[in-house]
Write a protein that binds this ligand. Sequence first.
Ligand code: AQP
Length: 345
Amino acid sequence: MTIPTLAAEVLPKRVFSGVQPSGALHLGNYLGALVKFVALQNQMQCLFCVVDLHAITAWQDPKALAAQTREIAAAYIAAGVDPNKAIIFPQSAVGEHAQLAWIFNCVARLGWLDRMTQFKEKSGKHKERASVGLYTYPVLQAADILLYKATHVPVGEDQKQHLELTRDIAAKFNHDFEAPGFFPLIEPLIAGPGARVMSLRDGTVKMSKSDPSDQSRINLTDDADVIAAKIRRAKTDPLPLPESIEDLKDRPEADNLVGLFAALAGETPAQVLQRYAGQGFGQSFKPALANALVQTLAPFRAEMRRLLSDPAQIDHILQEGAQKARAIAAPILEETKRIVGFGPG
Ligand code: AQP
């Protein structure tokens, strides 16, 4: 597939992003996040964190968490992130994240967090049983980003509201503490193919780790047979593929599959439609889509296997990454504490 590059005039100064070690990664994580990480690492300083503090906002088996963290780090590298270029590290190894999050808990307003749709979706009907951490999750996310004064944040579309909150927290901190420009107002890097990959069972909800149906997603660990079966069964509608992208507007499942095909082939959805317009989905579109997925994911899976056969090597990369991350974070937190008025300690 084609990796998107960013125009020189929008080169960010520093990039931060992360993925939770909370379960097997899927195609949405791959296209919405990992592919963008690879493109950015050659253009600026990048920090790619394994956000284990975020992961424990929902229950994680302590016996499995360290291995899950290693797997996310391996996924970054298998996708093409080079640990000699980008800093890869676990969030819990840099204590400054939690310290800055506390300061930001005192800057963010309850009303702002009450509007966060992800909390509503994830807590469901039993909000009183959700962890307090899940509620303040976006505040920790703001701390992750601003701890490094990151200016640009590559994420999927689902994170847009959280990034707006990060801007609000930065602006309020700068204003309240009379520190104009201290924290940057970040730019989300959301656009591009794969920014919003939808469920294979329902084109109106995002592809997600926590969807109870495994048929709803392509896991990055799925083999060729599983991928082919999931694409064969992917929900569509009875109409053939249309001639123009405008005709995909009220057809969420068709729109999603065409968008996926385009992202994998490095084409526009219009180019994909040119080839398949008038045909039924099962005829040649779905087999070709399954094939494109297998071609993309097979080398990724092989590299994951190779990397995970040497856990000590991944742990070494994570430890080195944590040291480099701390060297950037510590002086920024110190300066933040001075601005807030904390005495010498
Ligand atoms: N469906 C998606 N399409 C595009 N991007 C996506 N991302 C997630 N789902 C899609 C992006 O992947 C990055 C890492 O996500 P995360 O591990 O922090 O978890 P999440 O956002 O909560 O995503 P999941 O996998 O769907 O988990 P659950 O089921 O727990 O909600 C982020 O950049 C995200 O935008």
